[in-house]
Design a protein around this ligand. Structure first.
Ligand code: SAH
Length: 261
């Protein structure tokens, strides 16, 4: 069966065998582990995963591809195929008691950020995640304070996970060739939160507000949320900009916000 790639499903199929080999080497899959692949497409990663003897659930939105995957891999009894939208899929239902899932996917770039946050809602049942993403997004996820790429995505993702760029992937490794460079990122949910946050709503609000006007000083960008003197009392210089603040400093600021903001 010949499948024509569909743009609306973000389909860029991996065909570079060296890259596929490198991904499989990096993830160190072991038999008996429970893996979930998001957006398996035509099976570029599915097949090498299945050959490792692990338990694999795959979640694919495109029904034509689901049919093709059933034809190709239906004979494997270590595989379950889910015809579903990963953005609303209940991943926690896959994990048995005390079991942690390992997640992998060459993600459709247009849904990658909401999908990662959807997965992090169930971070408790996830061992780790390996994703192919737009390199720009991986750079933002992994950026540290002081860098131009450091922003809301860096702070939020680093609150939930240890993040690591593993390697870059050139556009020619895909068909059709995307306009952007790609990279593989490893995300490992923290066992315990790295900082104390009293209220996630407030934390979200402070981080969003601070970066929505990233050229402004904290004194100005956070004016409606926290008084300048309260910032000083936390040992944070109100003349700094958001990009200079660590995760811990954002946590301290958010814990200081009154309920009435
Ligand atoms: N893993 C394959 C395909 C990558 S392309 C490879 O590396 O070659 C992205 C895949 O995600 C496509 O198969 C696309 O149909 C699927 N997809 C797009 N949106 C999705 C969604 N919301 N839920 C699940 N799969 C989705």
């Amino acid at each position: 069966m010949i499948h024509t790639p569909r743009k609306r499903f973000g389909q860029n199929f991996l065909h570079d065998h060296t890259i596929i080999y490198n991904i499989i080497s990096c993830i160190q899959a072991k038999p008996d582990e429970h893996w979930v692949e998001i957006g398996p497409g035509q099976g570029a990663l599915t097949e090498p995963l299945l050959r490792q003897g692990l338990h694999l659930d795959i979640v694919e939105l495109d029904r034509d591809l689901v049919m093709l995957l059933k034809e190709k891999y239906g004979k494997y009894n270590n595989l379950k195929i889910h015809s579903a939208d990963a953005l609303t899929f209940d991943f926690s239902a896959l994990a048995k008691a005390n079991e942690k899932l390992r997640i992998i996917g060459n993600l459709p770039y247009n849904i990658s950020t909401p999908l990662m946050f959807h997965l992090l809602d169930n971070a408790g049942c996830i061992e780790d995640m390996h994703f192919m993403l737009q390199k720009e997004v991986v750079d933002r996820i992994c950026a540290t304070p002081g860098s131009k790429k450091y922003g809301r995505l860096s702070v939020m993702m680093q609150y939930y996970c240890a993040t690591e760029l593993l390697f870059e992937v050139p556009s020619e490794s895909f068909y059709p060739v995307p306009k952007v460079m790609s990279a593989i990122v490893r995300l490992v949910p923290h066992q315990r939160p790295p900082v104390q946050i009293d209220d996630m709503v407030k934390f979200n609000k402070v981080v969003t507000q601070a970066f929505s006007q990233r050229r402004k000083t904290l004194r100005n960008s956070l004016k409606k949320l926290i008084d300048e003197y309260a910032i000083v009392a936390l040992n944070i210089d109100p003349a700094l900009r958001a990009e200079a603040l660590s995760l811990n400093e954002f946590a301290k600021l958010s814990n200081q916000i009154q309920d009435t903001f």
